[in-house]
Design a protein around this ligand. Structure first.
Ligand SMILES: [Zn+2]
Length: 297
C-alpha cells in the first residue's frame, strides 16, 4: 500500500514529466535568418527573437512583463507581436544587463506606462553612458528581486561580476525555466574576443547557476535554426567549454608558448569542432584567455 508521501511524490513527478513533455526543446529549421519570430513556450510565456537576439515575455492576467527590448526596431516589432496576442498593458520591462545591444529601445514601452527594473550597477552604467532610447530603471536591487504580477512570478538573481557587473539571471518558477543572457549560449564558442567577460568570474557564476532549481534554459542569443529552449545541461556545457579553453591555453603557456599569435596556432579544442564559430572565434577566445593569464585580467 502506498504511503501518502509516495503518492505526493508520484504526483510531483508526474507534474514534472508533464512539463518535460509539453515544453518543446526543438523547433523546425527554417525561417528568415535576419527577421524576427515568436515562439510560444507555455500557456503565457513566449520567446521573441530578432536576428540572433532573444528575449522572453510573460502575459499575466494583470498585464505583460517584457525583458530586454534590444533596440528601437526590435522593440517596435516586439510590441506589435504582443498586441497580436493581448491588449493587456505592458507593466514591466526587465533589463538583463547594461549592454546597449540588448537593452536599447525601451522608450516605446515607457510610453505605454511600463516600470523598468534592473540591477543597481546598471543604473550607474546607464547614468554614466546614457542612451536617449534606453529609459533608466525605476526599480533597482542588489542581490535578488521577486516580481509578482497577477498569477505570475519572475525571480531575478545577481551573481556578482561575470559579464559586466550588472548581469542578472531570470527564473520562472512555474516552469522551472531560466532566462540567461550572454553567459550561456549553447553549442557556440565564446563570443569573439569575449568583450566585458571576466573568465574566472564567468566560470564561478555558472557553477552557482548549476546549483539552482531549473529544468530548462532560454538563452539570450541564438539564430532561428537553434531551439528557442534547451535543457538545463547547457549551463554545464558552457562552463566545461570555458574550463577546457582556459586549461588548454594555460598548459601551452606553461610549456613555453607565450606569444598570443603562436598560442592561436597551437591550441586546438577538437571536442568543440562542431560548435558554431569554432574556426572564426576560437583564436579570439584564445587571445582573451592569454590576456587573462598574462595580465591577470
Ligand atoms: Zn552583453
Amino acid at each position: 500500500m502506498k504511503t501518502i508521501a509516495t503518492i505526493i511524490l508520484t504526483i510531483i513527478l508526474s507534474i514534472n514529466l508533464t512539463y518535460a513533455q509539453d515544453i518543446p526543446t526543438k523547433e523546425p529549421i527554417g525561417g528568415e535568418t535576419f527577421g524576427h519570430s515568436v515562439k510560444k513556450i507555455s500557456d503565457d510565456l513566449y520567446v521573441f527573437r530578432w536576428w540572433v537576439y532573444r528575449n522572453i515575455f510573460l502575459i499575466t492576467d494583470e498585464g505583460v512583463i517584457v525583458t530586454d527590448p534590444m533596440n528601437p526596431k526590435a522593440a517596435k516589432l516586439l510590441l506589435s507581436e504582443i498586441r497580436k496576442i493581448t491588449d493587456k498593458p505592458i507593466k514591466y520591462v526587465i533589463y538583463s544587463h547594461n549592454h546597449h545591444d540588448h537593452i536599447s529601445g525601451g522608450n516605446i514601452f515607457k510610453k505605454e506606462g511600463a516600470t523598468f527594473i534592473g540591477h543597481k550597477n546598471l543604473l550607474k552604467e546607464l547614468t554614466d553612458h546614457p542612451n536617449p532610447v534606453t529609459p533608466l530603471p525605476d526599480i533597482t536591487f542588489y542581490n535578488n528581486y521577486t516580481l509578482k504580477l497577477g498569477n505570475r512570478t519572475l525571480e531575478l538573481f545577481y551573481f556578482g561580476p561575470n559579464h559586466g557587473e550588472s548581469l542578472i539571471v531570470m527564473r520562472i518558477p512555474k516552469e522551472k525555466i531560466l532566462f540567461i543572457v550572454d553567459i550561456v549560449t549553447p553549442r557556440r564558442v565564446a563570443f569573439r574576443g569575449m568583450p566585458d567577460f571576466w573568465p574566472d568570474e564567468w566560470v564561478r557564476t555558472l557553477k552557482e547557476i548549476e546549483q539552482m532549481e531549473f529544468d530548462y534554459v532560454i538563452s539570450g542569443h541564438g539564430p532561428e535554426d537553434q531551439p528557442a529552449i534547451d535543457s538545463s545541461t547547457i549551463v554545464k556545457e558552457q562552463r566545461v567549454y570555458l574550463e577546457d579553453l582556459m586549461s588548454a591555453v594555460k598548459t601551452a603557456m606553461d610549456s613555453g608558448t607565450h606569444n598570443p599569435d603562436e598560442l592561436k596556432k597551437v591550441v586546438k579544442l577538437p571536442k568543440y569542432e562542431n560548435w558554431q564559430y569554432y574556426n572564426e572565434w576560437l583564436p579570439m577566445n584564445i587571445e582573451r584567455i592569454w590576456a587573462f593569464y598574462h595580465m591577470g585580467w
